[in-house]
Write a protein that binds this ligand. Structure first.
Ligand code: GLV
Ligand code: MN
Ligand code: MN
Length: 424
């Protein structure tokens, strides 16, 4: 194994125990597990003499100053937080690969002409405060700082309180125009969240774009009552319109080639022998284009309202986050394809399903239904993504996986991209 291969393995091994539970990873922002991930980042940067900064929104930056430290920088990285019971790779693979790519370039004697930053964005999954890509949204001015500060986790702790607890000043939250102006490009390496690369026999691919997607919160308010004594006709059971809405969402998505998921639901007060007083649930909806997504959410909302009325239950529905369709910067993507592809620059795929691809002449270029900080930042600067093969095709689960050889292929690809973008 080359020195950089060893460095990746060492970085990876040292992060693996952090936030690991028997059910999967729980690395929620500003919790002890997240702070331990941040300490890991600081240690990795310190071992490489890369000064670390925490920006006003809690995102981490480790700097490799180039010959011209005032030139616009190339940022590479991803995130360290996880979904509940997530896998090891979604996020951390991009951060560890970025440090290892720097090691590989140094091993080769490469000196950057412009600064290179390794980044780790905060609360990418939205697992604690509900809004995905919160750190990059704040940086880019894509979310109101006051609204973000007031977001609360399941225990009622606000983002402002959680950040203050970690020693940050929540009053500083907000867009960071100077930082954005100092960036030439952002490249995020990520495990593939599907099995298209596996099908193509390719260890590494590029992203074409991201489906528009968002989260909607539905609150069905009924009446708590006794499970054994309340006649069917007298019930105001919020579980029933919720159940009807889940089925309606599935049908509405399937009919459009879109996706709709209820992955989080809370029944109040949660008594096994009681009718719920309320059911709170989150709809995650994604589609190939915004008109289809609008149609999907409108149909699910109408079904929820109809079912709520039928059961004498009140319904409140509100959008919690939204990310428009993203098409990654074509010039940057073509440049990366030229650097990485055996026969430079195959055509971008635009298959109807996330993860489906059409191999171009060179490196595979895949669309995805997953959200990423690179997608948020695409509105402000050229961004691109590299995907690393995931033979299980599973993600947001401990079953997600990349072989070590493919992780190293990702590091090599990222180093080639950096050598080009930050080169002479
Ligand atoms: C992030 O992983 C998302 O797609 O929600
Ligand atoms: Mn994810
Ligand atoms: Mn991710």
């Amino acid at each position: 194994m080359s020195e950089s291969g060893a460095s990746f393995a060492e970085l990876w091994e040292s992060l693996l125990p952090v936030g690991r539970t028997p059910a999967g990873y729980r690395r929620y922002s500003w919790t002890p597990a997240d702070l331990a991930c941040r300490a890991w980042f600081a240690e990795a940067a310190g071992a490489r003499n890369l000064p670390v900064e925490t920006d006003r929104n809690g995102n981490l930056w480790a700097w490799w100053r180039g010959r011209d430290s005032g030139a616009p920088a190339v940022a590479v990285g991803s995130h360290l937080d996880s979904v509940p019971d997530g896998g090891a790779f979604d996020g951390p693979l991009g951060v560890a690969s970025a440090f290892a790519a720097i090691d590989l370039l140094r091993e080769r004697g490469f000196e950057p002409a412009r600064p290179v930053a390794v980044t780790a964005f905060t609360e990418e999954e939205g697992a604690r405060f509900g809004v995905a890509c919160l750190g990059s949204r704040l940086l880019a001015g894509a979310v109101e700082p006051a609204a973000a500060a007031a977001l609360r986790d399941g225990d009622g702790v606000s983002l402002a309180e959680a950040m203050a607890g970690a020693g940050l000043d929540p009053a500083a939250l907000g867009p960071d125009e100077d930082r954005l102006a100092g960036l030439a490009a952002y490249v995020e390496l990520h495990i593939e969240q599907g099995s298209a690369l596996d099908g193509l026999g390719a260890p590494v691919g590029l992203a074409a774009g991201i489906w528009p997607h968002g989260r909607w919160r539905l609150e069905f308010a009924g009446r708590a009552d006794h499970a054994g004594t309340t006649r069917i006709a007298d019930r105001h059971d919020p579980m029933l319109p919720f159940a009807a809405t889940v089925l309606a969402a599935r049908a509405a998505a399937a009919g459009r080639g879109a996706l709709a998921t209820f992955g989080k639901v809370i029944a109040e007060p949660g008594a096994a022998n009681g009718i719920s007083s309320a059911v709170r649930a989150w709809l995650d909806a994604r589609a190939p284009d915004e008109a289809t997504l609008d149609g999907l959410v409108t149909e699910v909302s109408a079904a929820a309202r109809t079912a709520a009325a039928e059961h004498g239950v009140a319904l409140e529905l509100r959008r919690e986050s939204f990310t428009p369709a993203v098409s990654f910067d074509p010039a940057l993507r073509d440049r990366l394809a030229a650097v990485l592809g055996p026969e430079a620059g195959g055509p971008a795929a635009s298959g109807p399903d996330p993860g489906r691809s059409e191999a171009g002449a060179g490196i595979p270029v895949l669309p995805t239904g997953a959200g990423h900080d690179a997608g948020i930042l695409a509105a402000r600067l050229p961004t691109a993504m590299l995907f690393v093969r995931n033979p299980t095709g599973v993600s947001h689960s401990p079953a997600e996986h990349a072989d070590m050889a493919d992780c190293l292929a990702g590091v090599t690809a990222l180093a080639a991209v950096l050598a080009d973008l930050a080169g002479p």
